[in-house]
Design a protein around this ligand. Structure first.
Ligand code: SF4
Ligand code: SF4
Length: 273
């Protein structure tokens, strides 16, 4: 009996020593910044940053494989804190929100054929089916892939087969932006109220035939802007938000109304008077 107890104790000690040695010998050094960064992240694990989880993003930031402001959901406050951990200065950035930059829904945009395949925008835009059923090869396909990836419930399909963003729920995670095969969703500063909602780069006459609300590259917006904030290049207008004052003059001048002015109507009247 005594022999069994002693041999058990010796075996236990031997295994303990072996484990202690192995733990020391094969220990993987842990970067303490990873835990610190992870604590600052929202831990929503939404995947909007392109990593599988907040922990994976934390490791990537600490390893220099992702920027300190890689988390759209956390925004500027979180980026500042992570910047402190990493010893990197971070510029303050305005909170953002997703904007769908196409107004060519069922009522406005021509369709080439009736699509009856998988309800997925990527599947519907493969070259084998002419890159999509919409005549405008730049516009929203309206099959709701963006809506399905939004884990915050901030997107829904509107009655005109265009996605609608609920600003109160959007966290600017960027998942919808990454999902859209037509790249028509962008993250913009929340204070930005005037947007060109078209991506069509065809010549004006062609664009007009494909969609009633396509940019026709007439340059009236350019002429109307006192701040040099809107330019027409490659047959498409685009706004330089750093110069735009939200005055809405370009939107008022645009014949097809492809520039939207989100300001409440009272504010528009004040600006116009
Ligand atoms: S709409 Fe949804 S998926 Fe798109 S940025 Fe906002 S929260 Fe993320
Ligand atoms: S006024 Fe409208 S249609 Fe004309 S170039 Fe500007 S955005 Fe395009």
């Amino acid at each position: 009996m005594l022999y069994a107890v002693v041999s058990l104790a010796v075996t236990g000690l031997a295994f303990g020593a072996l484990l202690a040695f192995a733990a020391q010998r094969f220990a993987v050094p842990v970067d303490p910044r990873v835990e610190a960064i992870k604590k600052e992240l929202p831990n929503a694990n939404c995947g909007g940053c392109g990593f599988a989880s907040c922990g994976a993003l934390a490791e990537a930031i600490a390893g220099g494989r992702a920027p300190v402001d890689g988390c759209g959901v956390g925004g500027s406050p979180v980026a500042q804190k992570i910047g402190e951990i990493m010893g990197i200065g971070v510029e303050d950035k305005e909170p953002q929100v997703a904007r769908v930059k196409c107004l060519g829904g069922k009522a406005e945009a021509e369709e080439l054929f009736t699509y009856e395949g998988i309800r997925d925008c990527r599947a519907a835009s493969i070259p084998q089916i002419q890159g999509g059923f919409k005549a405008c090869t730049y516009g929203c396909l309206g099959l709701g892939s963006c809506v399905r990836v939004c884990v915050f419930g901030a997107m829904s399909m509107g009655p005109n087969s265009l996605p609608v963003v609920d600003d109160t729920k959007c966290t600017a995670c960027g998942k919808c932006v990454a999902e859209c095969p037509r790249s028509i969703i962008e993250l913009v500063g929340r204070s930005r109220k005037v947007h060109v909602c078209c991506q069509n780069k065809d010549k004006g006459a062609v664009a007009r035939k494909l969609c009633k609300v396509a940019c026709i590259a007439c340059k009236r917006c350019e002429k109307a802007c006192e701040y040099d904030a809107i330019k027409v290049e490659n047959n498409l207008a685009s706004i330089d938000y750093s110069k735009c004052t939200n005055c809405g003059a370009c939107a008022a001048a645009c014949p097809p109304k492809c520039i939207i002015d989100e300001r409440p109507s009272e504010e528009c009247e004040v600006a116009a008077s």
